[in-house]
Write a protein that binds this ligand. Sequence first.
Ligand code: G3H
Ligand code: ZN
Length: 286
Amino acid sequence: PLVSMKDMLNKAKAEGYAVGQFNLNNLEFTQAILLAAHEENSPVILGVSEGAARYMGGFKTVVSIVEALIEDYGITVPVAIHLDHGSSFEKCVEAIHAGFTSVMIDGSHYPLEENIALTNKVVEVAHLLGISVEAELGRIGGQEDDLVVDDAEAAYAIPSECDRLVHETNVDCFAPALGSVHGPYKGEPNLGFDRMEEVKNLTGIPLVLHGGTGIPTKDIQRAISLGTAKINVNTENQISSAARVREVLAENAEMYDPRKYLGPARDAIKETVIGKMREFGSSQKA
Ligand code: G3H
Ligand code: ZN
């Protein structure tokens, strides 16, 4: 059941729900997320950042662990292994070579033309091999010649540029920066829904919402209604598992067997992921 994201996201967009990307940090995260998907009968995207891959041993280690768990657990739901925020063409190819079924090339910090060129280079290789590709576009505040990007617009993707990037690259899904942030929000998130609708209408492909931690349910539902078919979550699982470890160790000062505190941490991640799958509407959609 290792697949690219293409079909699962097109189906999600057509049917009005979102597939969660849950980031891997270690073995327990991998177990918890796969078990949650299995129990909820939900498609799932395993997000792997370059840093997380390094921590776990490398891209090959990650793929081997995922493949072995799929077999040992008897997982039958669609699972994608996706490089999160890929930093270069080389990293994307390395991940694909190791067995990843999907990659994100994050060229959002480059000027538009360079972002398009880099994304195209990745798409060319990836699509030959049936690997899906996600791209990102955002905007830094400030002034450039006649173009002034004020504070409210800072980091928000410009819809006409999104239109160009998507149509000139043929990516499978697209993450427009529209006010979401990685990690906990300071106050309520302020997502650019008007632009999201514009981007949805211009691009027509499944949209991705990064920084899924801490976004209220009403905003999640609105984003899904505006074409968001993939929502990334990492911090929330880290918070729930760390809280569980603290609790267990505080109650058991003599405990030293890692299985006795990482097991409960794994349960906490699984519960958090199941909650997200229900909230995103992907449960029972495998
Ligand atoms: O790419 C990763 C996600 O956007 C994670 O965001 O840690 O705020 O949930 P989060
Ligand atoms: Zn992200």
